[in-house]
Design a protein around this ligand. Structure first.
Ligand SMILES: [Zn+2]
Length: 505
């Protein structure tokens, strides 16, 4: 078993390696551990305890990789990065490896200690990440996140598979280890297919790609005795770990707020998929709004949140519905001016217009969701009645502060609990539908958010009371519904002349 000078010192409780990494001096190793230590000149032999991650000559490469990843991150407004957050990942298997090395060497050198507090991550953090960029701070919290990942996933998998099958362990221990990783395979299947999914033994065998994380590694350490661990030293020494460093730099999401008006009765809010195929439309409100912003920022995708949502066949008119698009993992930031130009691009679409577009802080999302609870909405419901409607009938629809009792509509029963909910109609007014026969009329409504308007008209087999069918004493149905106003004073209104940007021709 061969380890490096740094790891040998870790095993003796030394925790300050700054000088070693910053100079060319060699690191003295206690006599007792000499026989386990690789000479630094034999760089082709990897340390079995840190997999060579702590090799001094590698640190220049690490720093370059991290530096390049940060510098590559382009900002539109500012020339340089001011601060970033560092999130180092090291292989989850490390504690198991360190324990095996520790117990193996302890057989001969009793003074060694487990280097719990002198772990790989700490050394990489304190030494490798020192003064990476000039005039640039590494913060605990920053919008820019740099994630150097020191990994050896292939090695981890083959190591665990070999460990379970190892003849150096008793059948009982092997069985327990198998349990830790097989349960994982089972859990993965249940997560995908539901709790009732049958998992056959052959499937478990096939899908036995061990999930190696902090939890399974710590369970493994609970199963293995010090003797087991010491016996595994030979197995570990026979392997050559392959490892790599990848660095990813990402930015916190960018949030765009605004209001949208939807003029189509076939455009869903988010992609509507039935059996993997699109329903109604090849696109959605979310995709139409997000597309230019995703393209301009190089974001992974855009996610829509809105103040309530409308059914696919409902138009949203008036001042529009407040929304937020969350742009995930953007590669560039946006200036407000660019956001306005992108809004104009969205507005080239026939079915959708957006207004009041601005860039907001994350806290704005809270305003949107909280406003949802007590906001009011205005609707226009277009209706048809079996018999001709008189002015007397229409007068009956003039109401204020009427509380409806609404049982969960039949059309949404498959996804909602069957409850009875009170919903307020603050104001309603029936009007003749000009240009049509006397069977046609419409109702302008101001209601509490969450009122089911379609059910208020046709009654939903008496599940909503009172309802228009009941009031008129004849079958009535709704033929079209528009949201005409969403009462939410957010985001701030932008004057008309400031939000329209001429297309450059
Ligand atoms: Zn080492």
């Amino acid at each position: 078993m061969k380890i490096c000078a740094v790891c040998a010192n870790r095993l003796l409780g030394c925790n300050n390696f700054t000088k070693f990494y910053e100079t060319a001096e060699s690191l003295p190793v206690d006599e007792k551990l000499q026989k386990f230590v690789n000479s630094e000149t034999m760089s082709n032999q990897l340390c079995i305890m840190c997999f060579g991650f702590l090799t001094r000559s590698k640190f220049g490469e690490y720093k370059d990789a991290i530096r390049n990843s940060v510098k590559k991150w382009p900002l539109e407004k500012e020339a340089s990065v001011k601060d970033f957050q560092m999130l180092i990942t090291v292989p989850a298997i490390m504690p198991l490896i360190e324990n095996i090395v520790y117990y193996t060497i302890k057989k001969e050198v009793t003074e060694v200690i487990l280097p719990d507090n002198i772990n790989l991550k700490e050394i990489l953090k304190t030494v490798c990440c020192n003064d990476l960029l000039e005039n640039c701070l590494i913060q605990a919290e920053s919008e820019l996140k740099v994630s150097p990942k020191f990994l050896c996933e292939e090695f981890e998998k083959s190591f665990i598979t070999g460990l379970i099958a190892s003849e150096r362990l008793s059948n009982e221990v092997s069985y327990k280890l198998e349990g830790i990783y097989k349960t994982k395979a089972r859990a993965a299947k249940h997560k995908k297919w539901g709790k009732k999914a049958k998992v056959t033994e052959s499937e478990v065998q096939e899908s036995l790609t061990p999930t190696i994380n902090a939890s399974t590694v710590s369970q493994t350490l609970n199963v293995l005795s010090p003797t087991d661990l010491a016996n595994l030293g030979e197995y570990l020494s026979s392997l050559t770990p392959k490892h790599e460093l990848t660095v990813e730099t990402t930015h916190s999401p960018v949030y765009i707020a605004g209001r949208y008006q939807k003029y189509s009765r076939t455009l869903p809010q988010t992609p509507w998929l039935v059996d993997g195929k699109r329903h109604y439309s090849e696109t959605s409100v979310e995709e139409i709004i997000a597309a230019p912003f995703v393209e301009a920022t190089g974001a992974q995708r855009g996610v829509l949140t809105s103040a309530g949502r409308e059914d696919v066949d409902v138009r949203t008119l008036g001042n529009g519905r407040p929304f937020i698009i969350e742009l995930l993992k953007p590669r560039k930031l946006l200036a407000t001016e660019s956001a306005k130009i992108l809004a104009a691009k969205v507005n080239e679409n026939q079915d959708l217009k957006i207004t009041d577009v601005c860039i907001i802080e994350k806290s704005g999302c809270k305003t949107l969701l909280e406003g949802e609870v007590d906001k009011k909405k205005e609707y226009r419901a277009y209706c048809y009645s079996e018999r001709k409607i008189t002015s007397e009938d229409l007068k009956k629809l003039s109401m204020s502060e009427v509380v409806l009792k609404q049982k969960t509509p039949i059309r949404v029963l498959h996804r909602r609990n069957n409850d009875t909910r009170p919903r307020s109609i603050h104001k309603a007014e029936g009007k003749r539908w000009e240009g049509r026969s006397e069977n046609w009329f419409y109702i302008d409504l101001l209601t509490q958010a969450g009122t089911y308007i379609k059910e208020f008209v046709h009654g939903d087999f008496g599940r909503t009371k009172p309802n228009v069918t009941e009031i008129f004493g004849c079958e009535c149905d709704i033929v079209g519904l528009d949201v005409t106003n969403v009462h939410l004073d957010w985001p701030p209104t932008v004057p008309e002349n400031e939000q329209i940007v001429e297309k450059s021709s």
